[in-house]
Design a protein. Structure first.
Length: 251
């Protein structure tokens, strides 16, 4: 039997599944593959939601609640602090400490992260058409594949994290630390947790790109992985836009 001996009684689900696909004629032999694989692994199943995508969306909803709690804490602490300053006739802590933030640099760093959402989505388009690598010159962006777009997105995200580290070092040099006052506490907590999420996204990009090098065939599962990573990346970008507007602009 070409798909394994099903009479051994070992209960090998993989062999049973491959035998079923072989009998139904749904096996295919992609170029570069070592053995036939089910066509559903290349094209997915029609009219069925992807469990990984659905699970990612549900998980992101829980992450949204986490950041909503950070926003609530920020607004509460800011309002209480500003009210106390107004009652005593002193300068608001949010005003004095907020002036330490380098707004022009923060705008530039934010623009890099926001732009990375567009490069990430271009990588998704490449994954949806199963284009793993570029089909033209390096500077011919129209022929870029998943690897090139996700590599650029990774570099832009890494640049954002590097900019955040630089910003932290400058603020610490000015005397603003996480323990110096309540402004420093909520500032570092909110932006720091977001930075950890961005770092998690960078790791996810490495895993997705690593699979494209290890696998001989770009399957539907790999395309779905690329798409759900883009969900996460767009999420952290939107959260940062909200954080930037609240912490850096409104204050």
């Amino acid at each position: 039997m070409p798909w394994g001996d099903l009479s051994t009684g070992y209960g090998n689900n993989d062999l049973v599944a491959m035998h079923t696909h072989a009998v139904s004629g749904s096996m295919t032999m992609p170029e570069g593959a070592l053995h036939p694989i089910p066509q559903s692994r290349l094209r997915g199943r029609e009219n069925r939601p992807e469990p990984v995508a659905v699970g990612t969306i549900i998980w992101l909803a829980s992450e949204l609640m986490f950041f909503a709690a950070l926003f609530a804490a920020y607004f509460t602490i800011r309002n209480v602090t500003n009210s106390q300053a107004a009652a005593t006739g002193t300068e608001s802590l949010w005003q004095s400490q907020g002036d330490l933030i380098n707004i022009p640099f923060a705008i530039f760093n934010t623009s890099i992260l926001v732009a990375s959402s567009f490069t990430c989505q271009m990588g998704v388009f490449a994954a949806e058409r199963a284009q793993v690598r570029r089909s033209g010159g390096l500077f011919n962006l129209r022929r870029w594949g998943l690897r090139e777009w996700y590599t650029l997105t990774y570099l832009m995200g890494a640049f954002f994290i590097g900019g955040q580290v630089y910003e932290y070092s400058a603020l610490i040099g000015e005397g603003l630390t996480i323990s110096s006052n309540v402004f420093g506490s909520v500032f570092y907590l909110a932006t720091g947790f977001h930075g950890l999420h961005v770092t998690g996204g960078l790791i996810a990009f490495l895993l997705v790109m690593g699979r494209t090098f290890l696998a001989r065939t770009f399957t539907h599962e790999q395309a779905v992985s690329a798409v759900v990573v883009s969900y996460y990346w767009h999420f952290v970008d939107v959260v940062w836009i909200a954080l930037f507007g609240v912490i850096y602009i409104l204050r």
